[in-house]
Ligand binder design. Structure first.
Ligand code: ADP
Ligand code: MG
Length: 363
């Protein structure tokens, strides 16, 4: 197997005395050449700390970081040759766009003619070839962030690090930029490490996602796998919407377990990481996996549960249904517009799902 481009090996980081806790508790993680790896997690989970240690602005307390097979512990940031883009664009306001993009080349002593050619190429990559003469203040937020990206790529670093680069942009522009970054990554074969707390952004952009919680990676996998087969209750709750129904295990057969939900009904679910009979667990079911029909409780088929439709909200491309089940249980379902009859709000309904789409997790 080819050597990974970057390897974190047993890395830990405490900002103060170790007794007061680690921002990164234990990190063994590789970034493969040409991939876009996203660090996804809530605020304070250790994503920026991880990125800063790779960039060289923070030192690990333990462990080592390898870049292209070399331990980089002793290299200062500017000798690592890594491109970095932060949420705040951090462009130099007194320089033109072209001068901003040329800056990393100047620091590296690249000759003027070569510099001009590379700046022109980098600006055309981010589709701003005609903006070289402007000042950053004359550009929109999205354009400034594209310049920051051009500046991070212009010296052809082995890896570009991006820390919440779209956080300051509005939703529409953020989505447009996500596709643009993805296209750049694919077209140029750029290796990128991308930090975000936005799970939809991570799903859109990434080749692989490392889900962080409390300074640990809780799952590392391709987006589809993270979404369809979360490894634990935290990932199931953090990535995408999920119904999370707490209960107690009655018994298991093969990889299917029977769970008595706290709200009353007994359901079957696929075992992900659960204990044995009597243990607490959480059953997670995606809203789009739940079928809803307008049926009286007497007519309900096997495996379906009686429910009451509380609310149906039209969302343009789908309808969100809020239903109650058992004693105080609540379920969210999504269905496409024109997906068949629904009960009136307050009316009786039946909800059903395939047991393979219900996942049981230890809690
Ligand atoms: P994220 O980027 O996932 O929001 P961070 O890596 O910024 O998380 O922070 C992880 C933990 O480390 C948090 O508890 C944060 O308060 C702490 N932390 C981050 N930077 C510093 C610092 N410079 N000094 C002390 N503590 C810090
Ligand atoms: Mg951060």
């Amino acid at each position: 197997m080819a050597e990974a481009l970057v390897r974190f090996e047993g890395v830990r980081k405490a900002y103060g005395p170790a007794a007061s806790g680690y921002a990164v508790k234990q990190l063994d993680l590789s970034v493969e050449k040409g991939e876009l790896l996203t660090l996804l997690g809530p605020s304070g989970s250790g994503k920026t700390t991880t990125l800063m240690m790779l960039a060289g602005f923070e030192q690990p307390s333990e462990g080592r970081i390898m870049l292209e097979g070399r331990d980089i512990a002793r290299l200062p940031p500017h000798k690592r040759g890594i491109g970095v883009v932060f949420q705040s664009y951090a462009l130099f306001p007194h320089m033109s766009v072209a001068e901003n993009v040329a800056f990393p080349l100047e620091v590296r002593g690249i000759a003027r003619a070569e510099r001009a050619a590379r700046v022109a190429r980098a600006l055309s990559m981010v589709r701003l070839e005609n903006y070289g003469g402007r000042r950053p203040s004359q550009l929109s937020g999205g354009q400034q962030q594209r310049i920051a990206l051009a500046r991070a790529m212009v010296f052809e670093p082995p890896i570009v690090l991006l820390d919440e680069p779209l956080g300051a942009l509005d939703k529409a522009l953020r989505e447009e930029m996500q596709y643009e970054i993805r296209a750049l990554h694919q077209r140029l074969g750029l290796t990128m490490m991308y930090v975000t707390h936005d799970q939809a952004e991570a799903l859109t952009l990434s080749d692989r996602i490392a889900v962080f919680e409390g300074g640990l990676v809780r799952q590392l996998a391709a987006p589809r796998r993270i979404y369809e087969t979360p490894a634990n209750a935290f990932v199931a709750g953090f990535v995408g919407e999920n119904n999370r129904l707490p209960g107690r295990i009655i018994g298991s057969e093969g990889n299917i377990t029977r769970v008595a939900l706290d709200c009353g009904p007994v359901v079957e679910a696929r075992i992900v990481d659960t204990g044995g009979a009597g243990d607490r667990c959480m059953v997670a079911i995606r809203p789009e996996r739940i079928a809803v029909a307008p049926v009286e409780a007497d007519d309900i088929g096997e495996g379906a549960l009686p429910a009451t439709l509380q609310e149906a909200i039209f969302q343009g491309d789908h309808i969100r249904l809020r239903l109650s089940i058992g004693q105080g249980g609540e379920i969210l379902a999504k269905r496409s517009v024109g997906g068949g009859a629904l009960p009136e709000p307050g009316g009786a309904a039946a909800v059903a799902w395939d047991a393979k789409h219900a996942l049981a997790f230890a809690i």
